[in-house]
Design a binder for this molecule. Structure first.
Ligand SMILES: Nc1nc2c(ncn2[C@@H]2O[C@H](COP(=O)(O)OP(=O)(O)OP(=O)(O)O)[C@@H](O)[C@H]2O)c(=O)[nH]1
Ligand SMILES: [Mg+2]
Length: 350
C-alpha cells in the first residue's frame, strides 16, 4: 500500500517519528543475529572537507552522508551502518572542526563541536581523516583534533591519510606520516632520519597514540577495504543496537534535505549556497513500485539570487535536480522522483 505523507513546511515531530519508524524497522528484527553478532562504533573525525563523509559512503556502499566540494557540508552527527559476516559497523559521521567566525560566516549551527564530542563518547574506535593533498595543512593535525584525541586517549584510534590519488609524488608520504604521528605508531618509533632528536611536546604537530595508519583514496576506493577489515577485526561481541537491515539513524526528511543542500554547495559559488533554507514539503513512498516521490522547497534570500540559481531558462536548476535525483537513488536504492521549487524569502511585514 502506498504510504503517503503530506508535509507542511515544517514536519511535525510525530510525522518525523513516523519516517524514522519506516526506515529503522522496516523488516522483522532478527533476534538471534542481534544477540550473537559483533558490533563496532567508529567515530570519524577530521578537518572540514578532508573526505570523512565520502569515506563512510564508500565503505557502506550507499550515499548516506552528504558530501560536497565545499567545507562544512556535514553539520550534525549522522550514523551510517553496514553489516557483513554477522558484524555491524556503525559509523558516526561528524562535522569538521569549526571556528566561531566560520559559524557566523556560513550560517552554521552552534552544536557542531558538541556533535564531535558526542561521537567520541559513543565510539569504540576513532578514525581521523586527514587531507594529504592540502599543501597548507598536510603536515599537521588541527589543534582541535589533537585536543579531542587527548581527551579520549584511552579509546583506540587510527589515522587515515586521504586523497592520496591527488599526489604527484608519493615520496613525501613518509615525512607526512612522521609529522602526523610524532614519529610513533602503536608505541613504536618510526625508523629513519629525523626521529632521533627529542621533541618538545608543545611543538608536536601530531598525535603519538595512533595504533594504525592507512593511506587511501576515499574517492576511488584505494585502501578502503583495508579499513573495513581493520574495523571488522575490532568489532566486539555485543547485542546489536540496530537491526542488521538498518542503514542510518536519520529520517528520510533529513537525508533528502542534506542531499539537496550538498548539491547546491557543489554547484553554487562561495557563500551563496550556505544562505539557502532547504525544506522537504512532500514525501510519498510507493512500496510496491520501489519508488519515492518528493518535493523540496529551496528558499533564497532574494529574487536576484533565485534567478541566478535557476540559470538561463532554468537550465542550471534542471542540471542540479538531475544530480540530486541520482544521489537520492544512491541513498534509498530506489527510483526517486524529485521536484525542486525555488522560492524567494518573504520580507517580514512592518
Ligand atoms: N581526489 C579526491 N577527492 C576526495 C577524496 N575524498 C573526498 N574527496 C572530495 O573531497 C570533497 C570533500 O569530501 P567530504 O566527504 O564532503 O568531506 P568531509 O570531510 O565530510 O567534509 P565536511 O563535512 O565539510 O567536514 C568532496 O568533493 C569529495 O569528492 C579522495 O580520496 N580523493
Ligand atoms: Mg562531511
Amino acid at each position: 500500500m502506498a504510504t503517503l505523507v503530506l508535509c507542511a513546511l515544517r514536519l511535525s515531530y510525530s510525522k518525523s517519528r513516523y519516517f524514522r519508524a519506516a526506515f529503522i524497522s522496516s523488516q522483522p528484527e532478527r533476534d538471534t543475529e542481534r544477540s550473537h553478532g559483533k558490533v563496532v562504533n567508529v567515530a570519524i573525525i577530521g578537518a572540514p572537507n578532508s573526505g570523512k563523509s565520502t569515506l563512510i559512503n564508500k565503505i557502506t556502499e550507499r550515499k548516506i552522508c552528504a558530501a560536497s566540494n565545499k567545507v562544512h557540508t556535514t553539520t550534525k552527527l549522522v550514523r551510517a551502518m553496514c553489516y557483513e559476516n554477522n558484524t555491524q559497523i556503525v559509523f558516526l559521521d561528524t562535522p569538521g572542526v569549526v571556528t566561531d567566525k566560520e559559524k557566523r560566516k556560513y550560517n552554521l549551527p552552534e552544536s557542531m563541536l558538541s556533535a564531535c564530542y558526542k561521537s567520541l563518547r559513543c565510539a569504540d574506535v576513532v578514525g581521523v581523516v586527514h587531507d594529504v593533498s592540502n599543501r597548507y595543512t598536510k603536515d599537521y593535525l588541527h589543534s582541535d583534533i589533537i585536543g579531542m584525541l587527548n581527551a579520549v586517549d584511552e579509546i583506540p584510534s587510527f589515522l587515515i591519510i586521504n586523497k592520496v590519488d591527488k599526489l604527484k609524488s608519493k615520496q613525501q608520504l613518509l615525512t607526512v606520516i612522521r609529522n602526523l604521528t610524532n614519529g610513533c605508531i602503536a608505541g613504536n618509533p618510526i625508523p629513519g632520519p629525523g626521529n632521533s632528536k627529542k621533541k618538545d611536546s608543545k611543538t608536536e604537530k601530531g598525535y603519538n597514540k595512533f595504533s594504525d595508519v592507512f593511506l587511501i583514496s576515499a574517492l576511488n576506493g584505494d585502501g578502503v577495504q583495508d579499513i573495513k577489515e581493520y574495523l571488522m577485526c575490532n568489532a566486539k561481541t555485543a547485542g546489536f543496537q540496530y537491526s542488521p537491515d538498518t542503514w542510518t539513524d536519520q529520517t528520510p526528511q533529513v537525508l533528502i534535505e542534506e542531499a539537496v543542500r550538498a548539491k547546491f554547495l557543489d554547484f553554487l559559488a562561495q557563500e551563496i549556497p550556505y544562505k539557502l533554507n532547504i525544506q522537504l514539503e512532500y514525501f510519498e513512498e510507493i512500496e510496491e513500485e520501489q519508488k519515492i516521490l518528493c518535493s523540496v522547497v529551496v528558499e533564497c534570500p532574494s529574487d536576484r539570487l533565485s534567478r541566478l540559481i535557476a540559470g538561463a531558462g532554468g537550465g542550471r536548476l534542471q542540471q542540479i535536480k538531475s544530480h540530486i535525483r541520482n544521489d537520492l537513488m544512491d541513498v534509498f536504492k530506489k527510483t526517486v522522483v524529485v521536484d525542486i521549487n525555488l522560492k524567494v524569502k518573504s520580507k517580514p511585514t512592518e
